[in-house]
Write a protein that binds this ligand. Structure first.
Ligand code: EPU
Length: 308
């Protein structure tokens, strides 16, 4: 079964907490709906959602939350996240405005909230090669590092020169890419937030990079439901097998629970058809796991992050 991660949410708000958060002068929204901030468009509200615009603001809000003992969660592009609860009783830090992309010697430096697609387009234009292999992956650069986002042609780990991580108490440290414990769809960040990323990219010819970008994007668009509401691949590939192929062979394409359906295009995607509820997603994912386990003896492990 897909199990929701349990966090020790601290009930909010109380007046003291709100005053202390307001004193950070960071934009903080109460009772903020999370569904519109996720690509699958599911989920309830965050008790508080902070939108820091720069590293100073990020440090201030982290320090305040740490001093108040409030649970913090990080939200980037919301492209690999399913919020299954009506309320996330935490301070959600939305990184989207940490979105700078700066060219520097041998690559780029980006804010953790920089949009990956924008970053790819920018680097292609600048004649910097590598990121075009990540075409079609919706993410922020920080989220992509945290999950080691990738596909057939590249993984972001290949390009990470170093990152600036902020611990929950707001302390910054620079860590080289090769000390981040990158693995298949994962990295070891020790619970810290990716504030800034430096990517090492080779010189390339913009025209050729653009061509490669377009061809990878076209290949993805033909094999994945890119324009529908999904959270990307739901399950990790087990060993050398493909989760999508197993789900497909189990005859599950098109099967549905309420407004959640297994994609007809790629069986490892669950689509919110418009009226989907988070519980539909959970029930359908559980059905997929149970069916694949009984047909093939394979336990599928979620790739998506579940917030409860
Ligand atoms: N297949 C089916 N039916 C399906 C889907 C796939 O038979 O419904 C078959 C394909 O025909 C192919 C094989 O399964 O022979 C593998 O499929 P695909 O090339 O689509 O790759 P995948 O292993 O399913 C992985 C990543 C994707 C990434 C693609 C392309 C995982 C879990 N999935 O998918 O990543 O985009 O390769 O590089 O690692 C993601 O992480 O969110 C994601 C979508």
């Amino acid at each position: 079964m897909i199990r929701a991660a349990t966090g020790v949410g601290i009930p909010m708000p109380d007046q003291e907490v709100w005053s202390a958060l307001a004193a950070t002068r960071v934009e903080i929204r109460p009772d903020c709906p999370l569904g519109p901030q996720t690509t699958i468009r599911l989920g309830g509200v965050a008790t508080a959602l902070a939108r820091p615009r720069n590293l100073d603001e990020l440090v201030r809000v982290l320090k305040a939350a740490n001093e108040l003992g409030i649970e913090v969660r990080f939200l980037g592009a919301g492209s690999n996240l399913v919020v299954v609860t009506d309320r996330v009783p935490s301070l959600v830090i939305h990184t989207k405005r940490l979105d700078w992309i700066v060219r520097e010697d041998g690559g780029v430096r980006c804010g953790g909230g920089a949009n990956l697609v924008s970053t790819i387009r920018r680097t292609v234009k600048w004649g910097l090669a590598g990121l075009e292999g990540l075409a079609g992956i919706p993410a922020t650069v920080g989220g992509a590092v945290a999950m080691n986002a990738g596909g057939k042609y590249a993984e972001i780990a290949e390009f990470v020169r170093s990152v600036t991580l902020l611990s929950l108490d707001g302390t910054a440290r620079d860590v080289p890419g090769d000390a981040l414990g990158f693995r298949y769809r994962g990295a070891d960040l020790g619970g810290a937030i990716v504030a800034e990323v430096r990517l090492a990219l080779a010189e390339g010819v913009p025209y050729r990079l653009r061509k490669r970008f377009r061809s990878i994007l076209a290949e993805k668009a033909a094999s994945q439901p890119l324009s529908e509401w999904t959270a990307g691949c739901v399950f990790k590939n087990p060993g050398c097998e493909s989760a999508g192929r197993l789900i497909d062979r189990a005859g599950l394409k098109g099967s549905s629970v309420g407004g959640a359906a297994v994609s007809q295009v790629h069986a490892n995607f669950i689509v919110n058809t418009g009226q989907g509820k988070a519980q539909d997603f959970v029930a359908l994912a559980g059905k997929v796991q149970a069916t694949v386990a009984s047909r093939f003896g394979v336990e599928l492990e979620p790739e998506v992050v579940i917030w409860s």
